[in-house]
Write a protein that binds this ligand. Structure first.
Ligand code: GLU
Length: 499
């Protein structure tokens, strides 16, 4: 039975790297008919940020990641918020003390800070471990009656892990392979803090054990903690889950981890949703990305199916996903590719949905247009846009006559006989009963042939007076949509102005 967890700390908006971790956990769970758990790791009170937990949940929901057990869903291994499990952890820290694998330490923060500075002065690094622990204030260095008395007197203390000396710690990561670390390079990490809270390490291991987690899939930044975690499992005598540490998401130039500053500088979001508190941040959702496109883009940042295929629905991802196909190296975030994914998904989106969204934009500009007519309009231009908000740019000339006429276009395409052509076209348009694109195009082409007009000149002259420039979809589609009266008006106005 596969059981995986996404275990974010609510310290601010969730970076897309975090969303990807959640996504890979979710894909893995679904692929193996397992359980996806959301556990909120909020034991570090100094880093807690209000609104962050809600943000995380909403981001997962937006992506279509369904939580099986979690703070809102509940479940048989709850509560799923570590602050509500506070009472569980201390007994586990004490189990390790009783076994001799952990100890009480009474050094004050000031004492430790002074030591750190002293070492720095000597160009050395202070590490609280076997090399110094006997010279410090703890239950290994002090006589038993002394430290017991300190404990009883209520002096603040922490519980530290007693890292063994010169031991080769070996373990395997599904993505990184076999790793060996010498324990002498590690410090005696604090497991339980003087504020009565466990540290991340203790709470994380205890909860993964109690929640029966089978696979720990998390960011590469946690790899340095893995030797300690492995040691904790051994000390407790618990079976270890399997580990998979995911590569970083890199800046577009590949130099370092993708940060909010990169997004601010280059104009793209690095968070799934808008973050409204304190220093605000833009979000993919508010920038107009579709959740399917976002998820597809994100899945391929670090994982590849081993084929050229790039378009994957959530269902397809679940089918194809495997931890073995996750890259070892970091993946560059490519903002242009992100837009490309949105473009693809926008083309597949139901036209009715697009019309409803575009109607809002049109209304805000004072245009109240029938939905069917909006749908028709979108069909004409949708392949030119990647976001709904770009529709206006591609269609504004449907709603209002040109305010000016592109001089470049005129220089290139306006001919001596353009006024004559347009005047005669007006007459033709007045006489056509069927004012639809297909009929008009057929009639105009026949007319060009009969009158020996250059078709290019006719089409371009018409486009210049209707659109103002040479851009836009088929000219007959445009004039059908704006209608006969508007077409005639624009021809008249264009002739007057350009002349
Ligand atoms: N709370 C840790 C974080 O914020 C969890 C790391 C892990 O998954 O073990 O990323």
């Amino acid at each position: 039975m596969v059981r995986v967890r996404f275990a974010p700390s609510p310290t601010g908006p969730l970076h897309i790297g975090g969303v990807r971790t959640a996504l890979y956990n979710y894909l893995f769970a679904r692929k193996h008919n397992g359980t996806f758990i959301l556990r909120i790791e909020d034991t570090d009170l100094t880093r807690y940020v209000k609104g962050a937990e809600e943000y995380i949940i909403e981001a997962l929901y937006w992506c279509g990641i369904k939580i099986d057990e979690g703070v809102r869903e509940g479940g048989p291994y709850g509560p799923y918020r570590q602050s509500e499990r506070k009472d569980i952890y201390k007994q586990y820290a004490e189990i390790l003390v009783n076994k001799g694998d952990a100890y009480y330490a009474f050094d004050t923060p000031e004492e430790l800070e002074n030591l750190r500075k002293e070492y720095e002065g000597r160009k050395q690094t202070f590490i609280y471990n076997a090399s110094v622990r006997n010279t410090l204030k703890n239950s290994l260095s002090l006589p038993e009656n002394e430290w017991k008395q300190l404990l009883a007197s209520g002096v603040p203390y922490v519980i530290r892990y007693r890292m063994p000396v010169n031991m080769e710690i070996s373990f395997t990561d599904i993505i990184r392979g076999h790793i060996t670390v010498n324990s002498s390079t590690l410090d005696d990490k604090v497991l339980f803090k003087s504020d009565g809270m466990p540290t991340y390490h203790l709470a994380n291991i205890v909860d993964d054990h109690l929640m029966k987690i089978t696979h720990v899939i998390r960011g590469e930044e946690w790899l340095p903690s893995l030797p300690l975690h492995v040691m904790l499992y051994r000390s407790f005598g618990w079976e270890q889950p399997l580990f998979a540490h995911l590569p970083l998401i890199l800046k577009p130039d590949g130099k370092g981890k993708l940060s909010k500053r990169d997004g601010d500088k280059m104009g793209f979001p690095v968070f799934p949703l808008y973050w409204p508190y304190g220093e605000t941040a833009r979000g993919f959702r508010e920038d107009g990305y579709l959740p399917d496109a976002f998820v597809n883009m994100l899945a391929l940042l670090g994982w590849n199916p081993g084929t050229d295929q790039e378009i994957f629905s959530m269902e397809k991802l679940i089918k194809e996903f495997s931890l073995e196909k996750i890259n070892k190296a970091g993946s560059r975030f490519d903002p242009i590719k992100a837009k490309w994914f949105n473009h693809i998904y926008l083309q597949k989106r139901p036209i009715q949905t697009l019309a409803l969204e575009f109607r809002e934009i049109l209304r805000s500009k004072g245009y109240h247009i029938d939905l069917k007519r909006i749908e028709k309009l979108i069909e004409l231009v949708r392949e030119r846009v990647s976001f709904v908000r770009e529709l206006w740019n591609e269609t504004s000339f449907f709603f209002k006559p040109p305010e000016s006429y592109d001089s470049e276009a005129i220089k290139k395409r306006w001919k001596e006989n353009s006024p004559e052509i347009l005047n005669r076209l007006s007459t033709l348009f007045i006489s056509e009963k069927d004012f639809n694109a297909e009929n008009l195009e057929k009639k105009v082409r026949e007319w060009c042939e009969k009158e020996s007009y250059n078709t290019g000149t006719v089409m371009h002259s018409l486009r210049i007076v209707i659109v103002g420039t040479l851009k836009g979809p088929g000219i007959f589609d445009i004039i059908e949509w704006i209608g006969r009266d508007e077409t005639l008006n624009r021809i008249k106005k264009g002739l007057a102005t350009i002349a």
